[in-house]
Design a protein around this ligand. Sequence first.
Ligand SMILES: [Zn+2]
Length: 150
Amino acid sequence: MVTLAALQQAVSAVADPEIPVLTIADLGMLRDVALGADGRPVITITPSYSGCPAMRVIEADIRAALAALGCQDAELRIVLAPAWSSDWLSEAGRAKLQAYGIAPPTPSRPNCPRCGAADTELLAAFGSTACKALWRCTACREPFDHFKCH
Ligand SMILES: [Zn+2]
């Protein structure tokens, strides 16, 4: 019999396929891990971006993590309301993004994650993925991704 703590640990460690330094727990996508009355794990997640193809990968990774614990029969609940917001990103998640060279979500112009300069310009509204915008620092001239606010 798997414990709730083991389930939480395994599911929390599932990484975001687009930003592998972040887990779904860092992103705030993982809303709840519970054991149902019948002993089946019930995992509740809210996708960070509706229609994001990463969601299928995340679902498969959660099932794989559960299967590794011997839970073949889990219930995955996708909850769309309230909608995910970049405010759900944890402080640890923001620090990991910064260290990875991606400016964490900000309501205003992002600072350069490399040199910290505030003087940055938008190059493209869609960066390497739809979830990121491409910016360039006018101080160190380096382009960088900015995790977009929703
Ligand atoms: Zn810079």
